[in-house]
Design a protein around this ligand. Structure first.
Ligand SMILES: *Cc1c(COP(=O)(O)O)cnc(C)c1O
Length: 373
């Protein structure tokens, strides 16, 4: 064996020991939260398609029309020839939804976060993140070359203390957080965080990947980013901000400039989904209603979003529980370190407008039975 394969083999063995090796499983998805694995029909509680829009007939039709009209791919960077017509309509609608002047659509949410922070901060500047921030916010912060600090999860007082002792001596400062945390489902105290950031002349980026359409209302951050891949059921990312900021990012965000524009079908699908999201408040309310039904039935803290963690502890136990649920017809994926801190492996249960009450009750009862045993 050469040294490369020896290295990979050793790393894999270590991951295996900690029950941290990850494997791909072919999964089919259909409407109504249906999934199939190895020919078995399952009800999925692991999709981020919170509003059930990825298979909505209007969304599918919009994607088909776009692929037939504009082709399968964008053909180039948006700054060259990849800026096909649907994109400006999508950006206008995203900006209006967020109450901002302008928006910029990226290839994905991950790419958006890789581009935003380095375009606004660099050496000599300061980036302060909530300690549970998503991997791509960390990646953007590291790429920027700014000094990186964290504040305790959802603790605006700790943010204030950090900025008060560390803000001086830096040029610009950014505060990064999520409106709804991806693995915990809890909400950031946005009003408090925005007030603290303003006091210290720091600019807040909020990642709304899990909030759009589901947890609306409340104050907006100057930089509102998110994804087209979750409640909008498509693919892509965005930033909504002032005209000046969007114009700057168009010229300076490397993950926007040096990559191909997202496929036309993805943009068209997201635009149609956003229209449905705005037309159908009952659809948007449903994931949280179902999540609360679930937390009530299991005696868990009341759900704050469409995401509910069922904490298990050790990675192997979470994998075992997930496997037993799958045997009963439920797809609930185990989330392990390093996605979450060591010792906090969990089932991450994601609710969708496409679930029925009886599916939710059946899952809760199965978890009560298997988790206790
Ligand atoms: C999913 C997610 C992203 C990445 O979005 P993609 O469009 O899937 O790349 C970014 N931030 C958070 C908080 C997420 O949960």
């Amino acid at each position: 064996m050469d040294s490369l394969d020896a290295f990979a083999g050793q790393k894999l063995a270590a991951l295996e020991t900690g029950a941290l090796r990850r494997r791909l499983t072919v999964t089919g998805r259909g409407p109504d939260a249906a999934a199939t694995r190895a020919g078995r029909a399952l009800v999925s509680f692991s999709c981020n398609d919170y509003l059930g829009l990825s298979h909505h007939p209007r969304v599918v039709a919009a994607a088909k029309y776009a692929v037939e009209t504009y082709g399968a791919g964008a053909g180039g960077s948006r700054l060259v020839t990849g800026n096909y017509p649907v994109l400006s309509a999508l950006e206008a609608r995203l900006a209006a939804h967020k109450g901002k002047d302008a928006a910029l659509v990226f290839g994905s949410g991950y790419l958006a976060n890789l581009g935003i922070t380095p375009a606004l901060a660099g050496a000599g500047d300061l980036v302060v993140l909530d300690e549970l921030s998503h991997s791509c916010m960390w990646a953007g912060a590291k790429l920027s070359g700014a000094r990186i600090l964290t504040f305790r999860h959802n603790d605006a007082g700790d943010l204030a203390a950090t900025l008060s002792s560390e803000r001086a001596g830096h040029g610009r400062a950014l505060v990064l957080t999520e409106r709804v945390f991806s693995m915990d489902g809890d909400r950031a105290p946005m009003a408090d965080i925005l007030a603290v950031a303003r006091d210290f002349d720091a600019w807040t980026v909020v990642d709304d990947a899990h909030g759009l359409g589901i947890v609306e209302g409340g104050p907006r951050a100057p930089l509102e980013m998110g994804t087209l891949s979750k409640s909008l059921g498509s693919y892509g990312g965005y930033l909504c901000a002032s005209r000046a900021v969007i114009d700057l990012l168009t010229s300076r965000a490397r993950s926007f400039i040096y990559t191909t524009g997202l496929p036309p079908a993805s943009a068209a699908a997201a635009l149609e989904s956003l229209a449905i999201l705005e037309e159908e408040p009952d659809r948007c309310a449903r994931p949280l209603v179902l999540a609360r039904r679930f937390t009530t039935r299991l005696g868990l803290p009341e759900a704050e979003s469409a995401v509910v963690p069922v904490l298990v502890g050790e990675a192997q136990r979470a994998l075992d529980l997930s496997a037993r649920l799958e045997a009963e017809g439920f797809l609930v994926v185990a989330i392990r370190p390093p996605t979450v801190p060591p010792g906090t492996a969990r089932l991450r249960v994601a609710f969708s407008a496409a679930h029925s009450e009886s599916q939710v009750d059946a899952l809760a009862d199965a978890i009560a039975r298997l988790h206790a045993g």
